[in-house]
Design a protein around this ligand. Structure first.
Ligand code: ADP
Ligand code: ASP
Ligand code: MG
Length: 464
């Protein structure tokens, strides 16, 4: 059977001429070792943000769209001129996407609002442009490739800005659209992050969603391995932007990486893990700018007891604690169910639930952006209890960060929690709340957001 490799390149990996030259080198060597190679690309770094900022600013002042287009045109055309100077057709295609952007900005200006559906149409343009650039650059170097607009391939539900792929239909489309590209000996350069509903309306998988696309194609193309190429040497013991001493972790289990990704290690999107894990595929995270470095291999959990050492620490910023408190709650059944029912109605996900020391308070953590919506819904849910003072207060904290310490078997290892808290104590970090991780392999705690780096650095010193 033919061997298949899916490689996803992130924004920085396709963010400049020199970065795309690295992609070419990597694709060249993969081409020699694998029968089929598929490349999945993000937008050039900064482009998705620029598209969204330009469109939002155009609501009030439509000339912002012209400025955004000028900057995006310069970025893409300069890169194209350096990589494939004669590619007039590609220049025209990228120009066409930018014209589309202007039309969308004008429409939004007239409407006065930007719906999630229009925002998806806008933010999809970054990947559509980068796929054109990368496919042309590869072909120019003799690695014959074709850009594929994956809105024709990835069929999703209708949840704009956070769509989920319908895997069976997407697999069928892969067979009819991508398999023939392989059969012709070409590399398909697939747009990450985007898809379309059954009716053909553009959707996106959520910010950072190209990793999910990598996983989707790994599964639907039945790849042997999926390589996520990024700008650091794999998954590290902490975000290297926060901790200078962070180092690469050679292997991590799916459970460990799931905790890390869920609690803010941006290097891999949390939704990219499950589809790959369920099919038992090999998943690597590697550095585009240091391809000879081994990177990180994600391995299945083998069920063997682990030593319980700390493997990594992450920070999830922009969180706040919501607290429901009152002596009248003591022993009253159903308060917790009603609390989380109310939160669920706002469509907010709870990032952590803290164990209260008594039944007199419940606290949980949500993103700061949901603070007001959640508070309103909760105060409405408990309006009678508030009126008769069974509940004294429903309040929200200022900005916090969740610090999560990850390592399989850690929670059963005596002394680990003690070490973590004494390290934080020595560093003078005040721990506001503690929670059991969502699996056996993590401990999460909440600190004031200004203490994030101090907390991460202090815990990182415990990693050998
Ligand atoms: P890409 O555009 O390639 O998807 P991202 O910016 O989304 O890249 O993710 C890579 C970044 O994730 C790194 O530059 C790093 O700063 C950050 N990061 C956070 N936590 C970790 C970690 N534990 N290991 C490696 N990188 C991390
Ligand atoms: N370009 C998208 C974003 O910036 C998707 C990605 O990079 O993974 O969120
Ligand atoms: Mg990313």
């Amino acid at each position: 059977m033919a061997s298949t490799l899916v490689m996803k390149f992130g924004g920085t990996s396709v963010g400049s001429t020199s970065a795309i030259r690295q992609v070419i080198k990597i694709a060249f060597s993969a081409r020699r070792q694998w029968d089929n190679v598929a490349v999945v690309v993000s937008a050039m770094s900064g482009v998705t943000d620029a598209l969204l900022e330009g469109v939002t600013a155009s609501i009030r002042d439509v000339t912002c769209a012209d400025r955004a287009v000028a900057a995006l045109r310069e970025k893409h055309f300069n890169t194209l001129d350096e990589l494939a100077p004669g590619a007039k057709d590609v220049r025209a295609k990228i120009g066409g996407y930018l014209d589309e952007y202007l039309v969308l900005c004008h429409a939004i200006h007239v409407l006065g609002v930007a719906s999630p559906r229009i925002l998806d149409a806008v933010s999809s343009l970054g990947e559509l442009m980068s796929a054109q650039l990368v496919a042309t650059a590869l072909t120019e170097e003799g690695i014959f490739s074709v850009a594929v607009d994956t809105r024709t391939v990835v069929v999703t539900d209708e949840v704009y800005q956070s769509a989920t792929a319908l895997m069976d239909e997407t697999t069928e489309r892969c067979k009819t659209i991508i398999s023939p590209v392989f059969a012709r000996g070409l590399i398909p350069v697939l747009t990450g992050f985007i898809g379309a509903t059954r009716q053909g309306i553009t959707t996106t998988l959520g910010r950072g969603g190209s990793d999910i696309s990598g996983a989707i194609f790994g599964v639907t193309l039945d790849a042997d391995e999926i390589w996520i190429w990024t700008d650091v040497n794999g998954v590290m013991t902490a975000d290297p932007r926060l901790v200078k001493a962070a180092h690469t972790i050679p292997t991590l289990t799916f459970r460990e990486i799931s905790e890390l990704a869920f609690y803010g290690a941006k290097v891999l999107h949390p939704k990219a893990i499950r589809p790959v894990l369920e099919r038992g595929k090999k998943l690597w995270v590697k550095n585009t700018f240091a391809p000879a470095e081994p990177g990180t291999l994600i391995v299945p959990d083998n069920g063997k007891p682990t030593d319980g050492t700390i493997r990594a620490v992450t920070a999830f910023k922009g969180q706040c604690i919501i607290t429901v408190e009152g002596r009248g709650m003591l022993g009253v059944p159903g308060i917790a169910a009603r609390t989380f029912g109310a939160v669920a109605r706002t469509n907010t996900s709870v990032s952590m639930i803290s164990q209260a020391s008594s039944e007199q308070s419940i606290c949980f953590v949500v993103s700061c952006s949901s603070r007001e919506t959640v508070l309103c819904m909760m105060r409405d849910e408990f309006r009678f209890e508030l009126a008769c003072k069974d509940i004294d207060r429903i309040s929200a904290s200022s900005e916090n960060a969740i610090i999560t310490v990850v390592g399989a078997g850690m929670r059963h290892t005596p002394g680990i929690a003690g070490k973590i808290f004494s390290a934080l104590g020595k560093a003078g970090v005040n721990v506001i709340a503690i929670a059991q991780g969502s699996s056996e392999c993590s401990i999460s705690l909440v600190v004031d957001s200004v203490e994030t780096t101090k907390a991460v650095v202090a815990i990182h010193q415990l990693i050998t």
